[in-house]
Design a protein around this ligand. Structure first.
Ligand code: ATP
Length: 236
């Protein structure tokens, strides 16, 4: 079953159309990926889901609710949480303050102690450094903090925008492993990535976007074997 359904979504900037009637479904289990190179329209799609970009037409449904026109904060309340590209942590704040910022909805505040336990178990380094200024963490630690902060909101869906950007292959593997673990623990993940090979390694289902259109879709296994995709995106 789908937790997030995008139906014939169109949008753009000014007169320029960027998403051309895109439809996709993010499953309520496992990892669904949206893949594509720079400028394909992935971030624009994400912004429509979080409410930062207005849809021209089409529908976005989350857990059965039509969210196409509701505010970003209401979408967070419903359980959509995003790890933004470039991480978006508050550099001047401490690790602890960043985590608390993630738990700003009423429901998340009530469950804050459980959430701390969960994120400290996933990322022990954050537990050791509650008072360190976030901006002084290493790149990998900042990515961990951004992920932990997203989890503090008690999401029903975790969206990751280009999680591998700026990370070493080893840290990318580690973060992808964490996402796989969260998905196994019943948190559905929507992974937005230009690193097609790395993303497909952990995805149960994926869509490939080019010039604002979905050009391919399938389960991870099928797409890993797909010749056209291997040539175009994986260089093999
Ligand atoms: P990237 O991985 O580089 O973020 P992407 O797949 O996320 O790429 P988008 O950022 O969604 O792609 O961009 C899709 C298209 O929309 C591009 O042609 C881009 O130039 C254009 N675009 C994005 N943001 C704006 C904006 N604020 N104003 C005008 N055009 C934009």
């Amino acid at each position: 079953m789908a937790i997030l359904e995008i139906e014939e979504l169109r949008t753009g900037y000014g007169e320029i159309e960027v998403l051309w009637s895109v439809s996709l479904q993010v499953e309520d289990k496992g990892i669904t990926a949206l893949l594509g190179s720079n400028g394909a329209g992935k971030t624009t799609m994400l912004n429509c889901i979080t409410g930062l970009q207005k849809a021209w037409s089409g529908k976005i449904r989350f857990a059965g609710n039509d969210i196409t026109k509701i505010k970003t904060s209401e979408r967070v309340n419903l359980g959509i949480s995003m790890i933004p590209e470039g991480r978006g942590i508050f550099a001047e704040m401490t690790v602890l303050e960043n985590l608390m910022m993630g738990a700003y909805t009423k429901k998340a505040r009530e469950k804050m102690m459980d959430s701390f336990e969960q994120v400290y178990e996933l990322f022990p380094v954050l537990k050791e450094r509650p008072n360190q200024r976030a901006g002084t963490l290493s790149g990998g630690e900042q990515q961990m903090l951004a992920t932990a902060r997203a989890l503090m909101s008690r999401p029903k869906l975790l969206i990751c925008d280009e999680i591998s950007t700026g990370l070493s292959p080893r840290l990318t593997m580690l973060m992808m492993g964490t996402l796989a673990k969260l998905a196994e623990e019943n948190l559905p993940v929507f992974l937005i990535e230009q690193h097609v090979k790395k993303a497909l390694d952990i995805s149960d289902k994926a869509y490939v976007m080019e010039n604002g259109k979905i050009i391919m879709e399938g389960n991870g296994e099928e797409l890993r074997k797909n010749e056209k995709l291997r040539k175009a995106y994986m260089g093999i």
